[in-house]
Design a binder for this molecule. Structure first.
Ligand code: CDV
Length: 310
């Protein structure tokens, strides 16, 4: 039986004034706590080194680049995390804002092996929000202003004797993203998120937002027969609240572990990776049961069109 103890290392708020060095110090503490709990793979949040800066309209792009983006990983400020993980022999996933040498910007995540080497990179494909300034709104969600749509596709990697894929936050609302990973054999999906407690577009009870988060995670894990680790950055960042509810979900769709706070908190579970492999041979044996000849609209059509058969 293949077992891997996985941790979701949730972060409480990171304010505008918090430096990347201070964030890294907290990440190192979370890594040590994960290690003390016996975890071998740790999933950190989306954009884990800074506040969730897309909530702010900012015009000085040079300053945005300097404060919030990474042009190398590890950088001087973030290196202590990579060094500690290597020392402890832990693999990890972490989200960050990537600035390429060509000045392209992505909301990205990397998968780092226990030897410290970067195994894979994912650039977020489903960017939520808007690109224009909405001064009337309580806050902004400017991912479409600060980032390009990811150009690396949905990939999986051989990682710590598993097949592991990466997604970022809003990707969890789109079943296609998980399916493409599952079609490549994903046994583990790692995902970091920053989800505001308030809906920017219309009033919505916070409990309903959490309900959606839970049902999406449970159905995605089950329908794709994979372990799903979702890690929040949460709490009040400069007065703007994001919910916690970091999760480890089994391929059965059951929640194996869930965070209790909106602070720095580690949850861990000893995951039976073969549970995913077994479900892929039975209930979700794709080769036996899928009918892609009837799914063509999924890749041919983006928005819904009313096209009745009669
Ligand atoms: N960081 C995100 O992608 N947040 C989105 C919000 C804006 C809906 C999410 O899906 O949680």
């Amino acid at each position: 039986m293949r077992k891997l103890k996985i941790a979701a290392a949730q972060m409480g708020p990171l304010h505008k004034a918090d430096t990347k060095t201070a964030a890294t110090k907290r990440l190192v503490e979370l890594l040590r706590e994960s290690h003390a709990m016996g975890a071998k793979f740790v999933v950190f949040p989306e954009l884990a080194f800074t506040t969730f800066f897309p909530r702010w309209w900012m015009e000085d792009q040079e300053e945005v680049d300097r404060r919030y983006f990474e042009s190398t990983l590890p950088s001087k400020e973030t290196a202590p995390l990579f060094e500690e993980a290597k020392k402890l022999g832990i693999g990890f996933y972490i989200g960050y804002a990537e600035l390429t040498p060509e000045k392209r910007r992505f909301n990205a995540a990397v998968l780092v092996a226990p030897n410290g080497g970067i195994v894979g990179k994912y650039r977020k494909i489903h960017l939520p929000g808007h690109a224009d300034h909405k001064p009337e709104a309580a806050f902004q969600h400017l991912e479409k202003k600060y980032f390009e749509v990811g150009d690396l596709g949905f990939r999986v990697w051989r990682f710590m004797d598993t097949i592991t894929g990466m997604l970022i936050c809003n990707d969890r609302r789109w079943p296609e993203a998980f399916r493409v990973l599952a079609l490549q054999g994903a046994e583990i999906v790692a995902l970091g998120f920053n989800t505001p407690t308030e809906n920017l577009h219309y009033p919505e009870p916070p409990a309903l937002r959490v309900h959606h988060h839970l049902i999406m995670a449970q159905s995605m894990a089950f329908q794709n027969a994979s372990w799903l680790i979702e890690t929040a950055k949460c709490g009040f960042e400069d007065g703007f609240r994001m919910f916690g509810h970091s999760l480890i979900v089994a391929p059965t769709g059951e929640i194996a572990a869930k965070s209790q706070t909106e602070e720095d908190e580690v949850i861990a579970f000893n995951c039976d990776i073969d549970l995913a492999a077994n479900l892929k041979k039975t209930m979700f044996n794709f080769a036996a049961h899928r009918r892609p000849e009837h799914y063509r609209l999924i890749v041919e059509r983006t928005g819904a069109e009313v096209t009745p058969a009669n």
